[in-house]
Design a protein around this ligand. Sequence first.
Ligand SMILES: *Cc1c(COP(=O)(O)O)cnc(C)c1O
Length: 357
Amino acid sequence: MEYRKILENLSPYKPGKNLEEIKKEYGLDEIVKLASNENPYGTSPKVLKSLSEIDILETYPDNYCTKLRKKLSKKYDIPEDYFIFGNGSVEIIQMISRILLDSSSEAITCVPSFSSYWSEAILQDSQIIEVPLKNYKFDLNGILEKINDRTKLIYITNPNNPTGTIVTDIELNNFLAKVPNNILVVLDEAYFEFVKNSEYPNSIRLLKKFSNICILRTFSKAYGLAGLRIGYGITSPETILELEKARVPFNASFISQIAAQTAIDDTDFVDNCIKRNKEVLEYLYNELDVLGLFYIKSEANFIMIDVKMPSEIAFEKLLKQGFIVRPSFPKMDTFIRVSIGTMDQIKKFINALKNIY
Ligand SMILES: *Cc1c(COP(=O)(O)O)cnc(C)c1O
């Protein structure tokens, strides 16, 4: 077969080893996965109950996600034609790349950030222009300097994955005022539910002022539905119309639509997860201070820790003790990203971390 040349520059997404394999290999009874920023408190019991009541699966799902759309439209007070749904928000990133990027155009973002921006751009024969983070934060002025005639798309990850830092309301407004409005600015807010900082932008309100922004949100993180794959984009109806052309039909499954609808209503569950996340994060800060390890203060449900050794080595040392974290971020060789697990998990993690020195 003669595959596209561009594929030589890509490798398949590595989800990490299977937990059972690792247990066997290292003789472990228990493994704590702190690698994918999943919700350590599980899924809302109300959502699980709604799923157990599903009895029709032979028909295709509602291609328009009508009920979920109505719920979100009400929740945010935004017209229904501002929404698009995806098999996870990564699928929206794919649609965005499909409608904007080709060999004659470029996207800009900061590095390190979310890897799907790169893979989807490369598959379009396009490329990502990389701007280094500044003090571990998105460098919006650095991005402005890179804008040229080829620029069609900018990704702002807010909070950023992997650093957990935010772009403030003032910074974002100043930035958007300077970006030509034929460039789509994607505000990837996969972790927005976790942010309690008063300087964090209310991006929904910005939709009125800037027609060229697209907000991405997901049910995978705070809502604990990563296994179902459902996320959404919010942008102008004009852009939605183009995105719809690039969307695979019936991409949001019937089951994920039901789960998301129920999840939105169970605000107690999400609020509680967010509260506990903050408590564990504060505990972790304290312990890391005692250990004398540098970390980046996080607005999300993960933290970057400088382990003062190549991150892959720390990864192995932690894995042997039953903890999976994320190493190997570009330009941050000695940092590991650790998801904020439960208090019990993080207490054990701190012990494992002590053992590696
Ligand atoms: C986890 C994550 C996503 C997407 O997750 P989905 O499960 O596809 O909705 C998007 N952006 C960032 C920055 C993430 O960390």
